[in-house]
Design a protein around this ligand. Structure first.
Ligand code: SUG
Length: 416
């Protein structure tokens, strides 16, 4: 049994558009009304997957959900003509950000020795709240092997849950028992706190985590107010390393001490606000990076191109690399179409530590499959979508057909 980290990226769906649906997500708000390029967006996402595969890492993917979601509109007695925002919600390609699909606890952390996944209810944002029933269907297919996986429905909607975006795991190595860190927000600020502590606690119970190796940490309300609508916009962990902004947590010193108590080998790379402000972090998405352990054992940080182009973040990264810390390489990727909606490299992937042989192989990527996916995106994904096209019957037909062709090519038509 070879336990490795597998990153499941969301293939960016053919209805990708900029509708400004996410309050508190500054990128989504500032790009509202822009012309979107679904084909380029999906190709950028695929290029990121290939980039990481070329590093020698196992890569998986999840499929776009059915859009426009007419069942969502029907459930609220709408046909799409009443309200621009509700209609755009039904068209949203937001399931691309699979860091919000579920929370994952690897087998080494759970009482029954299975990897547990709980779909996230995403209730705070209407356009995201419709994702989970289709997401869970897909997770039940990809992780159908019940000897190794347990897939749970989302927790009840009275408790907001945003999945892995507000969850970190630290461990001596991916396959060792780990410390699971749930980061919740408290409401009361200008922007909604999407992750409720009650949801985090429910997920920890469902996953049968050991309380001695589970932490519940409050996100800094100032970070939420500055636009860090998810913790993964201000911190990322991998194995023994936590890479974090110094203002990520309400009680940073207490958080580091609690981690060190439970994982003595923990290393902290804390970025001072004096070098990179919260605003810089949110603008550049420095922390919305994939912190990866390469086959050589070294750690690499896969950052959005925006981070290395930023006038204060770039010099910080240069100093960090020169400083001989645990992060040895910085690798930029271009995911600009997703970034403009507030989704960096880390938002686009769900991390699962598992033996790849226990995952349904239809969800694992290889070069032949990547070429097949690329060909369909090139041929079928709309080149652009303007806001006023969202709702068009003709475009809906095209978007629906494009997704079905992709499912068919991947032998996944049962998700139709
Ligand atoms: O939930 N954007 C997503 C971005 C999710 C980022 N995920 C993580 N940080 N893990 C969100 O705010 C924008 C859609 C729009 O405005 O049309 C959106 O949903």
């Amino acid at each position: 049994m070879t336990m490795v980290e597998i990153n499941f990226d969301g293939i960016i769906g053919p209805s990708h558009n900029y509708a400004g649906l996410s309050l508190g997500n500054l990128a989504s708000a500032s790009h509202a009304g822009d012309l979107a390029y679904p084909r380029a967006a999906a190709l950028q996402g695929l290029a990121k997957m290939r980039h990481n595969m070329a590093l020698g890492l196992v890569q998986g993917f999840l499929l776009p959900l059915p859009r426009p979601n007419t069942a969502f509109l029907a459930a609220i007695g709408a046909d799409g003509t009443e309200d621009r925002r509700l209609n755009a919600a039904a068209w949203s390609a937001s399931s691309m950000w699979t860091a919000n699909a579920a929370t994952v606890s690897p087998a080494a952390d759970t009482a029954d020795g299975r990897c547990h996944l709980t779909a996230a209810n995403l209730v705070t944002m209407p356009h995201r709240s419709q994702e989970w029933p289709d997401t869970v269907k897909q997770l039940r297919l990809a992780f159908a092997d019940s000897a190794h996986f347990a897939v749970h429905d989302a927790v009840p909607p009275c408790f907001g849950d945003e999945g892995a975006a507000n969850h970190m795991r630290m461990a001596a190595s991916h396959d060792a028992p780990g410390l699971e860190i749930f980061v919740y927000g408290t409401s009361g600020g200008a922007f909604p706190a999407r992750q409720h502590q009650e949801a985090s606690r429910a997920v920890a119970r469902l996953h049968r985590l050991d309380p001695a190796r589970t932490l519940f940490v409050e996100q800094n309300p100032e970070a939420i107010a500055a636009g860090a609508f998810h913790n993964d916009v201000v911190a990322v962990a991998n194995e023994r390393v936590l890479f974090t902004h110094e203002q990520a947590f309400a009680d940073p010193a207490g958080t580091y001490a609690a981690i060190r108590d439970r994982l003595p080998e923990a290393e902290f790379v804390v970025v001072p606000a004096a070098e990179v402000s919260l605003a810089d972090a949110i603008q550049s998405y420095l922390f919305n990076a994939q912190l990866l352990t390469l086959p050589s054992g070294e750690m690499a940080l896969v950052v959005p191109s925006e981070a290395i182009e930023h006038s204060r973040v770039r010099p910080y990264l240069d100093r960090m690399l020169a400083g001989n810390g645990p992060i040895r390489t910085v690798l930029p990727v271009d995911v600009r179409q997703s970034m403009a909606n507030g989704g960096g490299p880390a938002c686009l992937r769900l991390r699962v530590v598992a033996d790849p042989a226990t995952v349904d192989p239809r969800f694992l990527l290889d070069e032949a499959k990547a070429s097949r996916i690329e060909e369909i995106i090139q041929r079928e994904w709309p080149e652009s979508i303007a806001p006023e096209q969202v709702g068009s019957a003709l475009l809906a037909e095209r978007v629906i057909a494009a997704r079905l062709l992709l499912l068919d090519a991947l032998d996944l038509s049962e998700l139709a």
